[in-house]
Design a protein around this ligand. Sequence first.
Ligand SMILES: Nc1ncnc2c1ncn2[C@@H]1O[C@H](COP(=O)(O)OP(=O)(O)OP(=O)(O)O)[C@@H](O)[C@H]1O
Length: 274
Amino acid sequence: MSATDAYRSAESKWSPGSATSPRKLATSIQNLEKHYVLKSETVKALRGVSFDVPEGDYVAIMGPSGSGKSTLLNMLGCLDKPTRGSLLLGDDDIARMSDDQLADIRSRRIGFVFQSYNLIQQLSVVENIQVPLYYQGVIGAEETARSIELAQRVGLGDRLDHRPTQLSGGQQQRVAIARSLMNDPYFILADEPTGNLDSVTTEEILTIFDDLNAEGRTIILVTHEDDVAERAKRVVRLKDGKLHKDEPVDPAVREAAREAQRRNVQQILREGDR
Ligand SMILES: Nc1ncnc2c1ncn2[C@@H]1O[C@H](COP(=O)(O)OP(=O)(O)OP(=O)(O)O)[C@@H](O)[C@H]1O
């Protein structure tokens, strides 16, 4: 399917009756297969997965261990190529890209947020936020201003010169989120972003994702936690390398999940005051 067909199909699937405002796709995945060829066997980690992610969507990818989540994430992040099928980023099919092209698009157009933050210990907050630009060369006054703005955006305006070891886990994850936005990515790709965080900090990070998504940012997040997935707009479930379910999250369930987490945080903070 061409990108244009994909956009059209997204329009018909996602915006019935709104031909004047088609939603473009952040990515379109068609019949995606990934086989790992080992000495004695071939592992079929993905066996024909198809789904689209319109711009502005917030997708949680779930599934049991071994269902293919990391394999899919690696391809969404341009870290690996499919065996068959296509994965479109804009007009580009990653299946047809060279390794150099993949590396380029990875550094320029994907915003990664990892469970373990992956910050560079020797660099300050602002310098860590600028890391995606290192691959492209120049960091001028405009880029520095933007990285400071992003640090402020995630509530770290008073920590610009701090090193990661001087920050809490939640603060480090905020730096990672700011870094993920530096290149105006197709989407933020988050792998268990709250996996190392306590519930108060988890709530802070999920609130930042809520706000970014409300501003139009596309978020694709892998999680094992139901209460994290319920904060997304849609849950894609994999099973045995296939798409098992692809369901929207009821807005009432989203709001209830948000409210439950807020109450939980207030309770923890009250207990901490005692
Ligand atoms: N590099 C590899 N070489 C061979 N097999 C692999 C490789 N990576 C993953 N697999 C296999 O592919 C299948 C899917 O693995 P994947 O890591 O994508 O699942 P997952 O859903 O992310 O699991 P988990 O939740 O445990 O991280 C598994 O059977 C796994 O053993």
